[in-house]
Design a protein around this ligand. Sequence first.
Ligand code: ZN
Ligand code: ZN
Length: 423
Amino acid sequence: MVDEKIEVIHMSAAKKKKILIVVMDGLGDRSCTALNGSTPLQYTSTPNLDWFTENGCAGIMDVIAPGVGPGSDTAHLALLGYDPYKVYKGRGPFEAAGIGLVGKKGDVAFRCNFSTVNENYEITDRRAGRVKAPETTELIKALSGIVIDGIEILVKEGTEHRAALILRGKGLDPNVTDADPHDLGKVAISKGRTKEAEFTASVVNRFVKLSYEMMKDHPVNAERRKKGLPEANILLPRGAGSFPDIIPFHEKNNMTAACVAGVGMIKGISEICGLDIIDLPKECTGGLDTDMIKKAEIALKTIEKYDFVLMNIKAPDISGHDGRPDEKCSVIRRLDEMAGYLKKNMSVDMVIAFTADHCTPIEVGDHSGDPVPLTIFTKTMIKDKATKFSESGCAEGKIGRIRGKDLLPMCMDLANRSEKFGA
Ligand code: ZN
Ligand code: ZN
C-alpha cells in the first residue's frame, strides 16, 4: 500500500536526460612493480571519481571483446554504439579523417609516409628524416588537383612525416597491398589482392611515381639536400580502407551529438559517425599538458545544446605508452580534479559515464586486452556496492562485465531514451 502522502507520478512520458561519456584514454592498467603491485588507479587517491562510483553503478568493460587489445579508433566506434567488427574497414579512413580529410562512401583511403628513395627508386629512409610541417605542407601543395584515370586524388599532410591519401571515383576497391614495402632497400609497389582491386593498385602505383616526380626537385628538397638531410621525395601509402557506410549517430539513436576531443583521430572518428566537432581553445591540446578543467567546462556548455557528448582526454594513454608510473598517477590526480569539477557544476539532468577506451599498462607500453573500469551515474539510479573507481573496485559493481558496444544502450535506457523491444 502506497503511503497517501507520496505523490503519484504519472509517467506517460519520462523526462529524457542527456548523456555524457568521459573517455579517459588508456586509463586502465595492470599491477605495477614500481607502485608496489598496485595499478595507478588503485595507487592514487581519487575522491571524486570514487564519489561517482559510490553513488552510481560500476562494472568492467571489454571495449571490443575479451582479450582483444583495441585501437583507439575501433574502441571509440564501440563506445559510440557501433559494432566495430561490422563498420571498421581499415585504418586509412580514420587516419585521414583524423587529419581533416573526411571521405565518403566509395572512397578508398590510405595513411602515408613521406619517405626517401634513391635514384633506383629504393627506400633509403621510411620517414624522410622525420620531415614535418611547414615542409610537408609545401610539398603537399605540389600534389594538389591530380586526377589519374578518372580517379580524383586528395592528399593532406598529417603530424610529422605522416600524410593521408583518398582516392575518389568509380571502380575502386580497397583490397590492395601496401605500396610501402616497410623495409629499406626495397621498391614501392602495391598489388591488387583480387582481380577487381588491380585497377586501384595501378592508380596507387601511378600516384606514388607521380609523387616522386613532383617532389624530387621541389625547392624544399633542394634545401634539405643542401643541409645534408634526407629528401622527402616520395609518398608511400599503406593501410587501405574504404569509408564505412555508417548510419549517422543522430539518426541511429535519435539524439543530437557532439565530440569534445583534442586528438585528431578521435575527432575524425566522431566526424565519420556524424557527431559535431567542438572547437577547443589552444590550452586543450590532446597532450599531457592539456587543460582538463577547461575541457570539462566546454563539455558542460556543449551538453546544454546537445543530447549526447563524447569527451576524450588523451593524457593517461601517453604516460602508459611512455612507461611512466609517476606521470600516470599525476595525470589521474588531474582527471579526478576534473571529475570534481563535473560533479560540482553539472546543472542539467544527465547520465554520466566515466571509463576508458582501452588499458595502456605501464609495463606493456601499449594497449592491452584487459577490461577497463566503468562507472555510470545519474540521480535516479540504484546504487551498488562498488565504492572505488579502479580496475578492481569497479569489478565489485552490479553492471558486471559488458562489451563496449553495450555502454551506449545502457546509458540511453537510464536516460529514458531507449525504445521498447516488443509490444
Ligand atoms: Zn586510446
Ligand atoms: Zn595509445
